[in-house]
Ligand binder design. Structure first.
Ligand SMILES: CC/C=C\C/C=C\C[C@@H](O)/C=C/C=C/C=C\[C@@H](O)CCCC(=O)O
Ligand SMILES: [Zn+2]
Length: 683
């Protein structure tokens, strides 16, 4: 047996012995308020394959991986990405009191946890990552002993709080933890004034999904647990503090918040900057630095319209307020659905409202993801697949003409299919990370992230909708699903059981090949018969572009919507490289060279890389250095890496700019560029 085969087998054995058997035996009905429906036959073979893939393809240090897996022996039976044991005792409420220190780049203060004891316990186990704990106290002020386990890179540590006596099921605990975050906390980005638009003041923002909340507060960092929270945050007077909660009084340097809806830890969020706001509607404001505020107010002016369309499909919006915060350019995602306050990238400010689908997407998370939540990130498709599915339905519902609406929904789905196909080819069609339900034992969720749960998940729901009789039938099911699992976390088996029960008299549902859809890798087994009306003009144009005798002119695309343009460019990326002359003509005539819409510019620059146009490299580097949205930056860096002549320059550029990136961007880009943790910028 080769060394790597031995290690894979060993990892598998360790995992199976320490983790899987105990995971599968437990029942967690108190937390989930639903019986579990595990099937060992589904999970075990997959586990081996996932790990085989991970260790072979991610060039992970094998010894470190083994140590990591061993340390995971005591992981949560509910969630392979958490040390906490919510089936023993569960957090119901957290009170935060934090001071924002821009000098030291730390948050300092305390978290008071209200805990319900569910089993007889002598200790409470939490997740923490690089937190400097100064004391832990019981309700009566007495000091509690605690053990902070070894720090596992990217996982954090197991924090075991030793209780002076046994607590029995049904009791309540109050624990106060005083701590300071690390200046490198993975959930936080501390920006220097130069990284902001105003250039005068620093800025702080967080991104806790998937498992970074543990770097800013000690908690059960698993979406299986939902808690309410309140907070009191102190920051220098000129700053505005925002959180994923309802903002109370802001008196001198102190702001209070309360979040009465239970949420998972990954939805705790904070941003601190010198900000302005504009009213968008009766329950919405947009926040940003003053330099972006007018453009932001214009771009997102239709927010209330989207909220109302969403409510028509899903029922009342339960989070009271829906604000938007436009972050500085290094924000790594298009949008993050932090409750009451969606965080968005400034790359959405296209000046044409063409990226409104991102806002609709984030709004839909108010139901799928935030109200009804994946139990752990192995079932991430329940968050994202549902949200994309709803986003496209709501997007279509905003179009009056029903034929146009269907066309538009199918057109968006076809764009999604292209993205899915690219994601599948990045991982490889046989990679278990392209399954709808993944196995995250020993894998950081950030390493598993791709468009697969979004697009394969949404496509699966579309298939189910077609199967049971279309939207008239399926929309009622969706509302029943949202009602049933409201304020809860669930897994795929619970979804399946609920759907099968709901449609028990529907014969067509019996034909669904669940195993292929949920547990097989690669492209989905069935692609719906989408309406291709909106892609016909694109297909015709692609024929023209291929014909070197045909001259290109703006007339070719003058009637295209921005999304048709995006679709066309995306298709070109997937085809043989254009000759340089043809590329230049296309860039000039179709006005894509230097386009202000980042969805267009991003694809144009990838086309330039594909054609090995070194005259555009300056534009490419400017693009990846001026914003940090991973959706754009990662594929561009991967393309540059594949271009051998510029690989070294790309790595050099990354190393020089890494310090300006958020943790997750630097972490994932290092993998894309095949860099180990020791490779540093030497300048
Ligand atoms: C099967 C996948 C398994 C685990 C992934 C779970 C979490 C992934 C983690 O990396 C966090 C993701 C956060 C995403 C936030 C917003 C996105 O919806 C944005 C999408 C990309 C964009 O538009 O920029
Ligand atoms: Zn989403």
């Amino acid at each position: 047996m080769s060394l790597s085969a031995k290690v894979v087998t060993r990892v598998f054995q360790l995992n199976l012995r320490n983790n899987v058997s105990n995971i599968r035996q437990r029942t967690c009905s108190v937390i989930l308020q639903q019986p579990r429906h595990y099937s060992d036959t589904i999970f075990r073979p997959k586990l081996f394959n996932t790990k085989q893939y991970f260790y072979r393809n991610m060039s992970t240090n094998i010894a470190a991986a083994e140590r990591k897996i061993r340390a995971m022996g005591a992981l949560s039976p509910l969630d392979p990405s958490s040390f906490s044991r919510p089936e023993q005792a569960i957090i119901r409420h957290i009170s935060l009191n934090l001071n924002v220190d821009f000098e030291k780049h730390v948050l300092h203060g305390h978290a008071k946890l209200d805990v319900d004891v569910l089993e007889d316990i002598n200790s409470l186990i939490l997740d923490a990552s690089n937190l400097k704990i100064s004391s832990i106290e019981a309700d009566d002020g007495s000091k509690l002993q605690y053990k902070l386990g070894e720090h596992i890179p990217n996982m954090g540590s197991k924090l075991t709080i030793l209780l002076p006596k046994q607590h029995i099921a049904g009791e309540k605990l109050k624990i106060k933890i005083t701590y300071t975050t690390d200046p490198q906390a993975s959930a936080l980005q501390w920006l220097d004034p130069e990284q902001t638009s105003g250039k005068k003041h620093p800025y702080l923002f967080s991104q806790c999904q998937p498992i970074h909340a543990r770097s800013i507060l000690p908690c059960q960092d698993t979406p299986a647990v939902k808690f309410t929270y309140d907070a009191e945050v102190t920051a220098p007077e000129e700053f505005t503090v925002l959180m994923s909660a309802l903002r109370g009084e802001a008196r001198s340097n102190r702001t209070t918040f309360r979040q009465p809806m239970p949420l998972p830890s990954y939805l705790v969020a904070i941003a601190v900057g010198v900000l302005e706001s504009r009213t968008l509607g009766p329950r919405s404001r947009v926040w940003s630095e003053k330099e972006e505020i007018e453009r932001s107010a214009w771009e997102f002016a239709e927010t209330e319209k989207y909220l109302q369309a969403a409510e028509k499909l899903c029922g009342p919006y339960e989070w009271s307020e829906y604000d938007l915060l436009v972050l500085p350019p290094s924000f790594p995602y298009g949008g993050m659905e932090n409750p009451c306050l969606t965080f968005v990238t400034p790359t959405l400010l296209a000046g044409d409202r063409s990226q409104a689908d991102v806002i609709v997407h984030e709004i839909m998370h108010s139901w799928t993801g935030n109200l009804v939540t994946n139990r752990n990130f192995e079932h991430f498709w329940l968050n994202e697949g549902f949200t994309v599915f709803l986003e496209r339905k709501v997007g279509a519902s905003l179009i009056n003409d029903s034929v146009e609406a269907k066309r538009s929904r199918d057109f968006q789905s076809l764009l999604g299919l292209q993205e899915l196909s690219e994601a599948v080819s990045v991982f490889g069609a046989s990679s278990p990370l392209t399954n709808l339900v993944v196995d995250l034992n020993g894998i950081h969720p950030d390493d598993a992230f791709s468009r697969v749960p979004y697009e394969k998940g949404s496509l699966f729901l579309r298939y189910l909708e077609d199967q049971v009789g279309g939207p008239e039938v399926f929309d009622d099911f969706l509302r029943a699903y949202l009602t049933k699992f409201r304020k809860k976390s669930l897994d795929t088996e619970q979804f399946k059981a609920f759907l099968l029960e709901y449609f028990k008299d529907n014969q067509a549902i019996k034909q669904v090949d669940w195993d292929s859809w949920l547990h097989k890798s690669g492209m989905p087994p069935i692609i719906p018969d989408y309406d291709t009306t909106m892609t016909k003009a694109i297909s015709a144009l692609l024929v023209k572009i291929d014909d070197s005798n045909a001259s290109l002119s703006y007339e070719d695309v003058a009637n295209f919507t921005p999304h048709q343009m995006i679709h066309m460019l995306q298709q070109l990326i997937d085809r043989p490289a254009l000759p340089l002359e043809r590329l230049a003509a296309l860039g000039k005539e179709y006005k894509v060279n230097g386009n202000k819409n980042t969805e267009i510019l991003y694809r144009w620059l990838r086309l330039c890389i594909r054609s090995r146009d070194d005259t555009k490299l300056q534009d490419v580097f400017h693009f990846v250095n001026s914003q940090g949205r991973m959706k754009y930056v990662r594929p561009v860096y991967r393309d540059l890496y594949a271009w051998e002549d510029v690989r070294a320059r790309a790595i050099d550029n990354f190393l020089k700019n890494e310090k300006y990136m958020m943790h997750v961007s630097a972490y994932t880009l290092r993998k894309d560029l095949h860099l180990d943790e020791k490779t540093k910028n030497t300048e």
